[in-house]
Design a protein around this ligand. Structure first.
Ligand SMILES: [Zn+2]
Length: 108
């Protein structure tokens, strides 16, 4: 397997693990209504809801992993941009209501 594809797969897997953990924390009953409820305000799946969130959620769930790879990995900026593009397509697809890959948004 090409090294570039391997590196992108590592970023996708690490981000998915990180995002799952952060998302589980955001759904904890003690903080959900203060932070993550804003994101779930939409009853229907709308791709713009992807970015509609509390600034703490946006920072820790979305920006921290990107900044982590940019600052602490030896990956090139080109590779990180490819990963961000793949991630954004996946997230917008997931929130669009027309999920092809997987339909997680409606079931949590
Ligand atoms: Zn959620």
């Amino acid at each position: 397997m090409c090294l570039t594809v391997y590196k992108i797969l590592i970023m996708i897997i690490l981000f998915d693990i990180y995002f799952y953990i952060v998302h589980r924390i955001l759904h904890h009953k003690s903080i959900y209504k203060y932070i993550h409820k804003i994101h779930h305000k939409y009853n229907e799946t709308v791709f713009l809801a992807t970015e509609y969130s509390h600034f703490l959620e946006y920072t820790f769930a979305n920006l921290v992993p990107i900044m982590f790879f940019m600052l602490f990995s030896s990956y090139s900026i080109d590779l990180i941009i490819i990963w961000i593009t793949i991630s954004m397509i996946s997230v917008y697809e997931n929130h669009s209501g027309y999920s092809i890959i997987y339909d997680f948004q409606d079931y949590h």
